[in-house]
Design a protein. Sequence first.
Length: 229
Amino acid sequence: MIYGYARISRPQQNIERQVRNIQAQYPDAHISKEAYTGTKLDGRKELDKILKAVKPGDTIVFDSVSRMSRNAQDGIELYMKLYEQGIRLVFLKESHINTDTYRQALKNGIEMTGNEIADCYIQATNKVLMILAREQIKQAFDQAQKEVDDLHDRTREGIQTARLNGKQIGQKQGAKLHIKKQAPAMEQIRKLSKDFDGSNTDKEVMAIVGLARNTYYKYKKMLKESAEG
């Protein structure tokens, strides 16, 4: 059985890009879609359903390692648990940490010779290979978490710097945004908002783009309608 898991940060966000990526390589995958707002594994009902149903030899496909978990510790623990159960994990954007790759790395370990001294060295070498393979997996989850943390830090620092410099954060009440700014503003919302391709909250995006609340939600609604259409 092949399962595909697609996760988004808000129920209204378009999830079809992840679904298309999975189906392009695994057209027979049984796709589970999920709206989730955090980075921990707890509370991901659709993923929990897959984890309860999956059996040795089954496959779970993710568009990216960040869809499984942006929390590095949770991610590596779940990865190793599923690996030990004989579950195949596939990450379309990080294929170097697919379980097949990890399993092959361990399989390619040096065989014993029967010579006690030589075998001690071989055993130590194989252990190093296992450590290196596991470290690659951990680094992938670490990177996913770091990207989210760095973006949040830059956002907070940018807002703080702007305020210290006396700049207006967000649009002044009653001010109108010129229509020429609509397209670039909507593009910024799409890139930054966690409801689309980014990971920032509505408040953070409003501050970064410099939009009044009503204008921001108007543009956001237009983006959602465009995506759903």
